[in-house]
Design a protein around this ligand. Structure first.
Ligand code: FUL
Length: 499
């Protein structure tokens, strides 16, 4: 078994099977060359589709739901698994009604229990009372996603506390390939494959060495459109489980910071939700980090967080479901910070999403619709000192943009609103099809002939949302103070929070 190391990751990323946006840095490259390469690194089509989803959901469901645990040890008596009223359509409909675009089901968590009747283990739904052993929850969820036109993804835990061959690396890796093959061939289109980084010891006391490269090739072969997340090359863990993205969030990273070994070494190790490790570092992609890189990759952040204190359903948490206003905070701190939100909504023992969760999700959606329904910048007259196509800022399309002419990396945009408006939210979006470039900006408003700073920031990326005390004005000025190359802006918005 090959030990996964940095050169292997490079091979994977450069390989033809995995056409990853990947830009090598040459020994002769100077700082301006590297920064220009970073500014021209772009998402793959699968990463772009994923980023534009904005909102995705996890369904953590399994034996833990019935044993009231977070991490099962794989020794559970699976005859307790019988979600009598299970309705996967209710799960998916609940997510859809909240504006969520894709879901990920825990097909197998660390306890090794498979929610599908796998041929390769006895620790499966086939040996439970659920539908007298004829149930297949992966199938039920996949079909519901198809019916509601939702993306479908699978969480398959590499760590397995049940398998007797875990730790016997070659045999377990083959078993894992068999599981992946079942999941990726029997349930239609799969849009995301989510690998957690936890890696305990096997029953033989040996540490399992995962065959990531073989798994990635299999996924690319069977489901080429699927993004591979966390312990994978397409989507990165944001570094917290609290719902907080970084204020400065670059999607272009130096490859050195992202070897799988590094990610694994810094993943969760115990039964807490305390985020650990490098992925938590406040700076992953600044100029300084890029300068020592061997290569650059597009590697965007996903923010996973649970609507309840635990990842699995626990009756005692029914009163602790996040409120609509807390969910709104999450929206600003994840989607609003250049990240995709992966919100966990755990179904209960009946096999249903509980009323408390449904009610919070409805309230959140209502507030989002009310707040973001009207762009108060609509109808504004926009001029820029050295750019073109300002009309693109308000055309509602993320694929068209304003940009500067020549070599300019700074610019000023002046807005005269269609009347006096009061707002407390700013939306900025770059055109990430071209790259992520803006490093520093400030928004000012005119107040009695004086220009005052309302808010300011660093990165924008796919989407940046900022809240501030309400401002009433007709004239605004957005100053882009620093950018890695000609800045682009796809959308500009002003909103008033309505909760
Ligand atoms: C973690 C796991 O250990 C948790 O149980 C949960 O599945 C979370 C999303 O990822 O690493």
């Amino acid at each position: 078994m090959k030990k996964l190391s940095f050169p292997i990751v490079l091979v994977i990323l450069c390989g033809t099977v995995i056409a990853q946006p990947y830009v090598p840095i040459l020994p002769t490259d100077k700082e301006p060359d590297i920064i220009s390469k970073a500014a021209n690194t772009v998402p793959s089509p699968r990463q772009l589709r994923w980023q534009e989803l904005e909102l995705t959901a996890f369904f953590h469901f399994g034996i833990n739901t019935f044993t009231n645990r977070e991490w099962g040890d794989g020794k559970e008596d699976i005859s307790v698994f019988n979600p009598a009223r299970l309705d996967a359509r209710q799960w998916v409909r609940t997510a859809k009604e909240a504006g969520i675009k894709q879901i990920i089901l825990t097909a197998k968590h660390h306890d090794g229990f498979c929610l599908w009747p796998s041929k390769y283990t006895e620790h499966t739904i086939r040996n439970t009372p659920y539908k007298d052993g004829h149930g297949d929850i992966v199938k039920e969820v996949a079909e519901a996603c198809k019916e509601y036109a939702m993306g479908f993804g699978v969480y398959l835990s590499p760590w397995d506390r049940n398998s007797a061959v875990y730790g016997d690396s070659a045999r377990y890796n083959q078993l894992f390939m068999n599981w992946l093959t079942e999941l990726l061939t029997n349930y239609g289109k799969v849009d995301e494959v989510w690998f957690d980084g936890a890696n305990g010891e096997g029953p033989n006391g040996k540490k399992q060495v995962y065959a990531f490269e073989a798994w990635y090739h299999l996924i690319r072969k069977l489901q080429p459109q699927a993004v591979i997340a966390i312990m994978g090359p397409d989507v990165r863990w944001v570094g917290t489980e609290s719902g907080d993205g970084r204020l400065t969030e670059w999607s272009v990273m130096p490859v050195d910071a992202n070897t799988q070994a590094n990610i694994a070494a810094n993943s969760q190790k115990d039964d807490t939700f305390a985020p650990l490790g490098n992925m938590m570092s406040s700076d992953l992609g600044s100029r300084e980090k890029l300068l020592t890189a061997k290569a650059l990759i597009w590697y965007p952040a996903e923010t996973d967080v649970s609507i309840r204190p635990g990842w699995f359903y626990h009756p005692a948490d029914d009163a602790k479901v996040m409120s609509p206003s807390r969910l709104m905070d999450l929206y600003f701190s994840s989607v609003g910070r250049n990240s995709v939100l992966l919100l966990n909504i755990p179904p209960n023992k009946d096999g249903l999403i509980s009323d408390a969760d449904i009610s919070s999700l409805r309230g959140w959606k209502k507030n989002r619709d009310a707040t973001f329904g009207t762009n108060l910048a609509a109808g504004a007259t926009i001029t820029s000192n050295n750019g073109r196509n300002t009309a693109h800022l308000l055309d509602g399309k993320t694929s068209t943009c304003w940009t500067t002419t020549g070599q300019d990396t700074t610019a000023t945009l002046d807005f005269t609103l269609a009347g006096t408006k009061t707002f407390d939210v700013l939306l900025l979006q770059e055109d990430i099809r071209i790259g992520q470039r803006v490093e520093k900006w400030t928004l000012e408003s005119e107040d009695g002939g004086q220009w005052k700073t309302i808010t300011e920031g660093t990165t924008i990326g796919y989407k940046r949302l900022l809240r501030f005390p309400p401002v009433t004005t007709t004239r605004l000025r957005l100053r882009i103070l620093s950018s890695r190359l000609n800045p682009t802006l796809a959308e500009f918005g002003l909103y008033k929070i309505l909760e």
